[in-house]
Design a protein. Structure first.
Lengths: 601, 459
């Protein structure tokens, strides 16, 4: 591939045709030279970035990723000879890009607004990176082998790999030293052809990067969120959807996952969402520390922000830009988590462009290829053996914003087909400020059996049984709630009231989690299990006491119940011995009650 | 207005609804403004929707009545739709194109700006965190507004949303900082009474010199309505980010705006999406709402309070639905509360302020604010559930604890949410009132507030 960087300093010079018809992001051009489907083009004097989305022998249909105000018929169209691609290399981490990989933190030096036609190379071309070679000249290398490493941030070792389409004998390798991304750091000979390798490479955004072999998703992605890890676990390399109406906490959940999930790299794609949310991420991430490394989260994060008021076609591109960057870090052997907030806005961008193309719509105006596009995106997740051998993964967590909060709409329904975790957010729970507002009856995880073994061998051989016991309590409660709505709670027999009381305690002490509380915001797996066990222990002991005739209000008024509810915020992850004391206290209080009613009998 | 010159085209290929079609030309660019003059010598403003070498499509803002294919001249202006911006525009009333409606002279502006603005680079936005006191407990206590936020009012026909907006405009201030505000109204599709009501209410409060109004009346052409909020926001951006002012923009009624958008889209023959609204309704609304915010290292801010009436009180209708996905929360008015005589009839349960958690607490409002409002939410949510039960089995059948909640709910609605149009409560007053409300429910149920807070405030 040549070195004309996309949106970069150099621009294409190859005139391929002239515009004939302009309507918003859709432009028709009369061709004088050949272009191919998916080729990146530049339109007009301002050289707006676009892509070929249809070709005939005389004409091309272009989708332009910037506002086309001011473009006239007969304006020039330039070809790049390359498909839409991203630039990959050191410096991605900590950057903020728009949907077509323009560095927003560089463009901000030119003013507060993103002007159209603004261009800057995605990676800083003059920054020098300290390179340490890992392979010597003369060795034979395969695609994916580590040529050398760069300390990209204090926590990120950036591995310079042999590009996927290259192999052969190393002719030269640069000695340890400082280089820019365009300096040649190695030369590979294959079939008598020599290829220079730099630290930066290009990759077409719509093509999945290759790997050696797909592995089963048996390792959970620990998120530190109790309701997710304990009840609806996600596996590394898995896919999850977070659907929910507005105000149900999709974005807060996505932020929590980016902050606390045990992934090496986070790619956060703010796709058609609020500008102030990106501002919040940009304010929080440099300040928040990763509990695993003690370093700012920004040192392992790539942000892509194409907010709702930025050009709609670039919104469509943002998802592909994000996933390609995620795969790039996966190939270095890292576990990457990609958050897409929100895939519905991405689907709407597809719809908007499709409408301009006057394509035949299917459901709710969406194009017929919506499902295929969603599938292509989610299929790029996975736990794999990389070309060089090590295990790595890309996990995708996509938020869905169903119209009217109605899960029967096309985007939610199609997403359900391609994701295995479904974390359904609930408006009623959110209205009662019950967070995370994940409805435990509607949600599911297809990874339960896959990750059970990991939990059993790493933490507790009874993880699955405990989870089942708790789920049964919740389900029994929801069945009883239907009756309660008709006749009131007081009319139920005591053993059923205890189920309701137990479920309430489980929700308050375990399922609810306060993202704004410094202790509760992240909960270690050990503490998660400890809290769950303490609640179940309380319910078991209360059962014995109620059997002896104690009324429910005595259970509710025990001092230890309140302590149990507050434990999630009071007991830090590193002081779990306090949970033992709590269990002992449960026994003491229940013993006392038991004794009291034993005597009465 | 400015005098301008540009290439003139004579004669049209056709006219349909608000659109006129012109022989294609390479001299007309996409999105540029044109002047359309018919046999009647009346000048109309239009914008290029399709630029093409064959047929150019132009939407005409003032409507196409009176135009004929042969007698019409179209002049290119070689620019987008621009309006004047100046601090002297405060205190005045204008139409959608910033032409005076108050018999005053046209504004002497040194600067003209494109009404569409440009997207703020998300990387330079400053995260809004400054508490803005409205003096209304249901907002300050439960759904706190902060500077740079966009917080719409979801209302229904006949509910007092205009009154509430007028009260917010009169009372909004940052406590301890007595500097002036600029207020900009974008009034779309309003009848003359409503426009007059807003003007009178700001006049009475003495704020008129700091208020600019852009009015589009109900009988003005629909296409013009699409320009009103953009003109208003263009002035807001100038005042906030060039002149360092804190600007509050009230846009009413967004439903009328969306109806106009649908009307124009249908005239263009576009493929409709939900309920006949165009598929780009979300992006279009976002291009307005996202013009709120703050910018790093600039003193000013734009806070938006859009008002919309939910058709048939349906919050899942595309207009409130898409609005809610863009704005940072919503204030929902409820008909039942209004019928019960409670003003402002804000149902706090579906209401939300997304920026609240970072705008409150120690140093901003008070340290107990977050927990207190959480507790009030959960107690009130429970009350509403009990009410449903009570309507089936009767209040007498309820347990004593549940009856306590019913009493709590009644008082909460009457004394905490309810206040008069002229009552301006400080944040301390609102929070203390919240604690007074909590006295009515058992202390054992207060799990969302800390023990220390109970000790301090509930004694």
């Amino acid at each position: 591939m040549n070195d004309s960087t996309r949106a970069g300093a150099q621009t294409a010079s190859n005139l391929v045709g002239r515009t004939a018809w302009i309507s918003g992001p859709v432009v028709r051009a009369n061709l004088s030279n050949q272009v191919f489907m998916g080729e990146q083009v530049e339109v007009g004097a301002e050289r707006l970035i676009g892509e070929v989305i249809g070709v005939s022998d005389q004409q091309a249909l272009l989708q332009v990723y910037e506002e086309t105000d001011g473009v006239r018929p007969d304006d020039p169209v330039y070809g790049t000879g390359l498909p839409m691609f991203v630039t990959l290399g050191p410096g991605l981490i900590g950057s903020v890009f728009d949907g077509i990989q323009r560095p927003l933190n560089v463009l901000q030096q030119r003013g507060a607004y993103v002007e159209k036609g603004a261009k800057a190379p995605p990676l800083n071309p003059s920054q020098r990176w300290g390179f340490t070679p890992r392979k010597a000249a003369g060795t034979t290398v395969q695609a994916g082998d580590v040529l050398g490493v760069i300390q990209e941030t204090p926590v990120m070792e950036h591995r310079v790999l042999v590009p996927p389409d290259r192999q052969g004998k190393l002719v030269t390798v640069a000695p340890e030293g400082e280089y820019t991304i365009s300096d040649v750091i190695a030369v590979i000979r294959h079939d008598n052809a020599e290829t220079p390798i730099t630290m930066a490479q290009h990759w077409p955004v719509k093509r999945q990067r290759p790997y050696l072999e797909h592995l089963p998703p048996v390792v959970p992605l620990i998120t530190g969120q109790r309701i997710l890890d304990l009840f609806f676990p996600l596996a590394k390399g898995g896919t999850a959807a977070i659907p929910g109406g507005f105000g149900t906490g999709k974005t807060v959940t996505q932020h929590q996952l980016s902050k606390w999930a045990d992934a090496d790299v986070i790619v956060y794609v703010g796709c058609g969402e609020r500008g102030n949310e990106m501002a919040e991420v940009l304010m929080d991430f440099p300040r928040l520390t990763d509990p695993r490394t003690g370093r700012p989260l920004m040192e392992k994060t790539v942000l892509i922000g194409n907010t709702s008021n930025m050009p709609v076609a670039a919104r469509e591109a943002s998802i592909y830009t994000g996933i390609t960057i995620a795969e790039y870090y996966r190939d270095m052997g890292y576990h990457v988590a990609l958050m897409a907030d929100s895939t519905s806005r991405w689907a709407e961008a597809l719809r908007e462009v499709s409408g301009r193309l006057e394509e035949m719509p299917v459901e709710e105006g969406f194009p017929a290829y919506l499902a295929a596009r969603l599938a292509q995106f989610y299929e790029r997740a996975g736990r794999v053996k990389t070309l060089a051998g090590p295990e790595a993964s890309v996990t995708i967590i996509g938020a869905v914003s169903p119209a009217g909060g109605d899960f029967s709409e096309p985007v939610t329904q199609h997403t359900k087909r391609f994701t295995r975790c479904f974390w359904a957010l609930d408006k009623e729970l959110a209205a009662a400020r019950y967070f995370p507002a994940i409805n435990y009856l509607e949600s599911y995880s297809g990874y339960l059996d896959d990750v059970a073994e990991w939990w059993h061998s790493h933490h507790d051989p009874h993880w699955k049984d405990l989870r089942e016991k708790a789920m049964q309590l919740l389900q029994e409660d929801s069945r009883l709630q239907r009756i309660v709505r008709l006749i009131g709670e007081d009319a139920l027999p005591d053993d059923q009231r205890l189920v309701i009381e137990g479920s309430r305690l489980l929700q308050e002490a375990c399922l609810q989690q306060n993202a704004n509380d410094t202790t509760d915001t992240f909960c270690s797996p050990e503490k998660q299990l400890g809290l769950l066990k303490a609640v179940l222990h309380f319910v078991d002991r209360a059962k014995e006491v109620v059997k002896k005739g104690a009324p429910i209000h005595r259970i509710r008024e025990t001092a230890v119940r309140e302590e149990l509810v507050r434990a999630k915020e009071k007991i830090p992850n590193d002081k779990l011995e306090l949970l033992g004391e709590l269990n002992a206290k449960i026994d003491r209080e229940m013993d006392a009650l038991f004794g009291e009613y034993q005597k009465l009998k | 207005m400015r005098t301008e010159s540009g290439k003139v085209f004579c004669g049209l290929k056709g006219i349909s609804g608000a659109l006129v079609f012109l022989q294609g030309s390479t001299r007309i660019s996409y999105g540029e403004m044109v002047e359309v003059v018919g046999d009647d010598h009346r000048s109309r403003t239009g914008r290029v929707l399709i630029a093409s070498a064959e047929t150019v499509a132009i939407e005409v803002y003032e409507g196409t009545e009176g135009l004929s294919p042969t007698g019409t001249r179209v002049r290119c202006l070689n620019r987008g739709l621009e309006v004047p911006v100046a601090a002297e525009m405060l205190g005045r009333t204008f139409d959608s194109f910033a032409r005076p409606l108050d018999r005053g002279p046209a504004p002497l502006a040194r600067e003209w700006r494109d009404v569409n603005g440009a997207a703020i680079n998300p990387a330079v936005r400053a995260y809004p965190q400054d508490f803005l006191q409205t003096g209304i407990s249901a907002i300050d206590g439960m759904n706190t507004l902060v500077r740079g936020q966009k917080l719409p009012i979801f209302s229904g026909s006949g509910l007092p949303h205009n009154q509430l907006a007028a009260q917010i405009v009169q009372q909004a201030e940052v406590p301890g900082e007595r500097e002036g505000f600029a207020v900009i109204f974008a009034i779309m599709g309003a009848n003359r009474d409503v426009a007059e009501m807003f003007r009178r209410s700001v006049e009475e409060s003495g704020a008129l010199p700091r208020v600019a109004m852009f009015v589009n009346f109900a009988d003005d052409p629909a296409v013009e309505r699409l320009v009103t909020p953009r003109t208003a926001l263009t002035l807001a951006e100038y005042l906030a980010f060039d002149r360092g002012m804190h600007v509050l923009v009230v846009m009413t009624d967004m439903t009328q705006y969306c109806e106009a958008l649908r009307e124009v889209a249908s005239a263009k023959g576009e493929v409709p999406s939900r309920k006949g609204y165009p598929g780009y309704l979300y992006s279009d609304l976002a291009s307005l709402y996202e013009r709120a915010g703050r910018i790093e290292d600039k003193p000013g801010s734009i806070t938006q309070v859009p008002i919309l009436t939910m058709p048939n009180d349906d919050i899942t209708h595309p207009i409130p639905d898409l609005t809610g996905y863009i704005t940072e929360g919503q204030i929902v008015l409820e008909r039942d509360l209004d019928r019960a005589g409670i003003y402002p009839p804000i149902n706090v349960l579906p209401s939300l302020s997304r920026l609240m958690s970072d705008g409150i607490g120690e140093g901003r409002t008070r340290s107990d604010h977050a927990h207190l409002s959480n507790q009030l939410y959960s107690a009130y949510a429970y009350t509403r559930r009990i009410r449903m039960l009570a309507s089936i089995i009767g209040e007498e059948e309820l347990a004593g604890r549940d009856r306590m909640y019913l009493d709590f709910g009644r008082n909460f609605e009457k004394e905490f949410i309810g206040q008069s149009f002229t009552t301006n409560r400080s944040i301390e007053h609102t929070l203390d009132l919240g604690w007074t409300m909590l006295r009515q429910i058992p202390v054992a149920d207060l799990t969302r507030v800390s023990e220390a807070e109970i000790a301090e405030h509930l004694k």
